[in-house]
Design a protein around this ligand. Structure first.
Ligand code: BES
Ligand code: MN
Ligand code: ZN
Length: 491
């Protein structure tokens, strides 16, 4: 999709479709008011007659509004003015994107960001609008290509505004590209999206953007480093594991990088502790942590942010097999600690602990791991928030704030010392599971043992990374939060 700014008067814009927002119990404002004036009050009359519904997520398409050059006007309802906030605004932008995609509109001029949202500035509103329109326009076609009678996505979207909004537009585009990447990787089936596929896709990203480089470690190289935990997870799979290290240098080489680490379990059967058959297919999404950190990396590289970033992906498949690791095994890890395996389905923390130890070499300004780590996280927070855990209050606050700005919310869970005892083992330095109570937190505790010397946070995105019942697939979260976190560090 081509995305541009267009600063003409709305009634003079020659477009297939102009998109404006309206609220209940509030006078028409901005571009909606201008279209109303140009059409001699036609919009207000349509609202008065209830042909246009300003309620939430109500969309009305009007053809041939008199006095207006554009062929169609899409009026998007935002609901009651006094309840209008960033979340409803984001929903409107998304709904508009979906509507355009579903109605074969190939070209549109978007004015939604003229609406007032809390106290957020025009740059913020534009960024969210660009993301929403692009998000709504995405369709997965990799293994189900368009048919001749399918509605096609937007070819071109112009957004109302002039040069002063160019930087915000570029950020919106960068974010949209990153979210798209994460969704696409997440949605790909596990027979295509293997550890090697992830490594190759990352290689393409490194080749596409300036100031990027990549290193891919194979199983021999990982064995040499002592990554027994990561390798144990992949032992039962015929798809060999990879550790992918993407580097972006946007600042001087001696500046400490931010490091993102992603769980890239390309399929999680549970291993010998096999998962039940129902909805095991969803475990193709078990690499969504990796997808998110790759997406955030691409967003950062696309925007050429003036900071350094390293993205580390632990890419591995968890399969049951004659060679697979088993409950009862005691394995080592790169940090030298031993782990008693009680459940081979608690594999994410094993892959991550070695990736985290490996990352110490970068002396990170902050390190954040992102993982679809526990079903317990879904029980705790549902599908609306990503869990954030950290011993560092400032880092946790920075991530929470970034999530709020990006409308990609996180919520903090404690990592108190009290929980650590659940991981005690008589046979090793720790067990790989901490029992039923606080399952999301004890998984975080496990990782905390590997990050003692770093400014570290863990994000469990088991609930936020995909929407299965809604048939929407991967959400691309938390690319928005992670990228916003980086942008905020520049200020
Ligand atoms: N990938 C799963 C976590 C998961 C489950 C994410 C369902 C999203 C939806 C993870 O590898 C896993 O299996 N975790 C176990 C941990 C348990 C054995 C301690 C879980 O949550 O059941
Ligand atoms: Mn598992
Ligand atoms: Zn898993």
């Amino acid at each position: 999709m081509k995305i541009t700014l267009e600063n003409a008067a709305v009634d003079a814009v020659e477009s297939a479709c102009i998109v404006v927002g309206v609220l209940e119990d509030a006078p028409l404002a901005g571009p909606a008011a201008e279209l109303d004036a140009a059409s001699d009050g036609r919009l207000s009359r349509l609202i008065a007659s209830k042909d246009i519904d300003p309620d939430r997520d109500q969309l009305t398409l009007i053809h041939g509004l008199p006095g207006v050059k554009a062929e169609r006007i899409l009026v998007v309802g935002g609901g009651q003015a006094d309840k209008f906030d960033r979340f409803r605004y984001q929903n409107m932008c998304l709904a508009a994107g979906k509507y355009l995609r579903g109605h074969a509109v190939r070209e549109a001029h978007i004015c939604l960001h003229a609406m007032e949202v809390e106290n957020l500035d025009a740059a913020w509103r534009l960024r969210v609008a660009v993301q929403g329109i692009d998000h709504g326009n995405y369709r997965y076609v990799a293994t189900k290509p368009f048919k001749s009678d399918d509605n096609r996505p937007l070819k071109q979207a112009s957004f109302q505004g002039g040069d002063e909004l160019q930087a915000a537009l570029d950020q919106g585009i960068g974010l949209a590209v990153g979210v798209r990447k994460a969704r696409e990787l997440g949605n790909l089936p596990p027979n295509i999206c293997t550890p090697i596929y992830l490594a190759e896709d990352c290689t393409k990203i490194a080749e596409t953007y300036e100031n990027c480089s990549i290193e891919v470690l194979d199983t021999d190289e990982m064995a040499e480093l002592g990554m027994e935990a990561l390798l144990a997870v992949g032992q039962g799979s015929s798809n060999p594991a990879r550790l992918v290290v993407l580097k972006y240098q946007g600042a001087s080489a001696d500046e400490a990088p931010y490091v993102f680490v992603g769980k890239g379990v390309t399929f999680d059967t549970g291993g010998i502790s096999l998962k039940p058959r129902d909805s095991m297919d969803e475990m193709k999404f078990d690499m969504c942590g990796a997808a998110a950190v790759i997406g955030a990396f691409e967003a950062c590289a696309k925007m050429q942010l003036k900071l350094n970033l390293v993205t580390v992906v632990a890419a591995v498949e968890n399969m049951p097999d004659g060679k697979a690791y088993r409950p009862g095994d005691v394995i080592g890890s790169m940090a030298g600690k031993t782990i008693e395996i009680l459940n081979t389905d608690a594999e994410g923390r094993l892959a991550l602990c070695d990736a985290l130890t490996y990352s110490e070499r970068f002396k990170p300004a902050a390190i954040i791991d992102v993982a679809t780590l526990t079903g317990a996280c879904v029980v705790a927070l549902g599908h609306h928030a990503s869990a954030i855990m950290s011993r560092d209050d400032d880092l946790a606050d920075e991530l929470l704030a970034a999530g709020k700005t990006a409308v990609d919310r996180g919520w903090r869970l404690p990592l108190w010392e009290d929980y650590q005892s659940q991981l005690k083992s008589p046979f090793a330095d720790m067990k790989n599971v901490g029992g039923v109570p606080a399952g999301a937190i004890t998984a975080g505790c496990f990782l905390s043992k590997y990050t003692r010397d770093m400014r570290w946070a863990h994000m469990d995105i088991a609930g936020s990374a995909w929407k299965w019942n809604a048939n929407e697939g991967a959400t691309g979260r938390p690319v928005g939060l992670l990228t916003q976190f980086l942008i905020d560090r520049l200020a």
